[in-house]
Design a protein around this ligand. Structure first.
Ligand code: NAP
Length: 457
């Protein structure tokens, strides 16, 4: 696939872009390296001013930018505007709080025979960010806002299907007053990433994307002894136990599965329900899923727009077909609609067995897998029986069950009686094949810092 804007609601390619040549990439890397030295010398107050200006620009551009995002990857216009508002909030949050997160961390000087001992957080320099299309603005801002506040500069290799949003991001920081070269978009193919990551002027990388891309970038970074943060896929469990408010759980489950047209790493994908409430939850969930309005993403009242790419929809079709051919039941959805665009209906699949691909793989579309658990421990067992470990959800009002699931769910995040969501204020990341490292909050902002230990006699 080349670098282009292809509208998923129509299948029409509306703009194409050439990839940068080797010498154009070289020029940008050199500019980033020069900017890194300048930006590292700026004060927190200077950086905060830039981020506040960027937030104001986002607010002002919301209508047109939302339209670009919807055209490029099919998210509903309502979701696009909400994403922009979240990014503006995130920029302001780091502008206002990063200095505290990065203040010297004072150690016990007496214990180490010093007059002063502390850790100072200093920037690493040029960070390469390889990003996916599903939240084309937020994925980048959640790296850029803490990263720029920490004094790093960014090179963005965005997904090939969101080039206009990618270019907008470079322009955003330029208009906000960031030093020339402080944040640049590289319109390049994934094959061009390795050469950039092996360039000595690039200090580290962050990738949000698939497991395959994670392995590839992780290997290259490892070979270069460079720091890398990997935010990869997920197949998050959504566990419903007998004391849960079933009506609320079924509603939230629908949002958790269908948000962003079913294409979110932290979407709940496996719904694991205690046998005592399975039938009632299944009835409510299917009712809610079937009631979702699928259609034109530019309509304000559409719940679910098209999938972002033709291949992405085919992957979903293949997983559902494989399951059905091996005996799974389709409780709602499951059929590709006629007409243009890469639409797929909200779908619920039950009677899943371990030999089906859908049992172990991530479904990147609005398809829910429903599992019956014989008891609480069985629910936990099914929840953890996955190679992924990104987010997780448990619904119960029993305090001992809450503590048990907080302790025992194998995931980077546990949300109790709610759905997994990323917030600028709390950390985000996974374990197992969902990656390593953290984004956001104190843990995220420290990832791309030299934690310098200082000891003074
Ligand atoms: P993808 O194919 O891995 O693409 C993500 C980014 O990586 C794109 O910019 C892509 O460029 C680039 N890329 C792909 N293969 C590469 C390689 N071998 N070397 C260097 N760069 C490479 O991911 P996707 O399928 O579009 O996105 C969905 C996946 O991302 C899902 O698995 C989802 O769960 C995951 N995701 C994770 C998080 C999280 O925070 N954990 C958040 C959102 C999405 P091209 O577009 O040019 O191929």
């Amino acid at each position: 696939m080349g670098i282009s804007t292809t509208n998923p609601a129509t299948g029409e390619t509306v703009r194409e872009f050439d990839a940068l040549t080797e010498s154009e990439v070289e020029e940008k890397v050199a500019r980033a390296a020069a900017a890194a030295a300048d930006h590292a010398r700026t004060s927190f107050a200077d950086r905060a001013q830039i981020l506040h200006r960027a937030a104001d620009i986002l607010d002002a551009d919301s209508e047109s930018l939302a339209s670009t995002m919807t055209t490029e990857m099919g998210k509903t216009i309502t979701a696009a505007k909400a994403e922009i508002a979240k990014c503006a909030k995130g920029l302001r949050y780091y502008a206002d709080n990063a200095a505290d997160m990065l203040a010297d961390d004072i150690a016990d000087a007496d214990a180490v025979n010093a007059s002063r001992a502390f850790h100072r957080f200093q920037p690493l320099g040029v960070i390469l960010a390889v990003m996916p299309w599903n939240f084309p603005l937020w994925q980048v801002i959640r790296f850029a806002a803490p990263g720029l506040m920490a004094g790093n500069v960014g090179l963005l290799k965005h997904a090939s299907n969101v080039p206009q949003t990618a270019l907008y991001l470079e322009d955003l920081f330029r208009r906000a007053g960031l030093v020339d070269g402080g944040f640049q978009t590289l319109l390049i193919s994934s094959k061009q990433v390795e050469a950039i990551l092996t360039d000595a002027r690039v200090a580290a990388a962050t990738l949000t994307g698939s497991e395959g891309a994670g392995r590839s970038i992780g290997e290259t970074a490892g070979g270069q002894l460079k720091k890398v943060v990997l935010e990869l896929g997920g197949s998050d469990p959504f566990v419903v136990l007998p004391s849960a408010d079933l009506e609320k759980a079924a509603k939230v489950a629908t949002t958790a599965r269908c948000q962003n047209n079913g294409q979110s790493c932290i979407a709940a994908k496996r719904f694991i329900v205690h046998t005592d409430v399975y039938d009632e939850f299944a009835r409510l969930f299917v009712e809610n899923m079937a009631a979702q309005k699928v259609g034109d993403p530019t309509d304000d009242d559409t719940d679910v727009g098209p999938l972002a790419t033709e291949q992405g929809r085919q992957d979903v079709v293949d997983l559902v077909d494989d399951a059905v051919s091996k005996g799974a039941s389709v409780l709602t959805g499951g059929q590709v609609p006629d007409g243009p665009g890469w639409f797929y209906p909200p779908t619920v699949i039950a009677d899943i067995t371990t030999d089906m691909d859908i049992y172990g793989e991530e479904v990147f579309g609005p398809v829910a897998s429903l599992y019956r658990a014989s008891d609480v421990d069985d629910a936990l067992r099914i929840a953890n029986d996955t190679d992924f470990g990104l987010g997780s959800n448990v619904w119960t009002t029993d305090s001992s069950e809450i503590e048990q699931f907080i302790d025992d769910l194998e995931a980077g995040q546990v949300f109790v009686n709610g759905m997994t969501t990323s917030y600028p204020e709390i950390s985000f990341g996974g374990i197992k094949n969902s990656g390593h490292g953290r984004e956001l909050a104190k843990f995220g902002i420290h990832e791309f810092c030299n934690v310098k230990t200082v000891w003074v006699a």
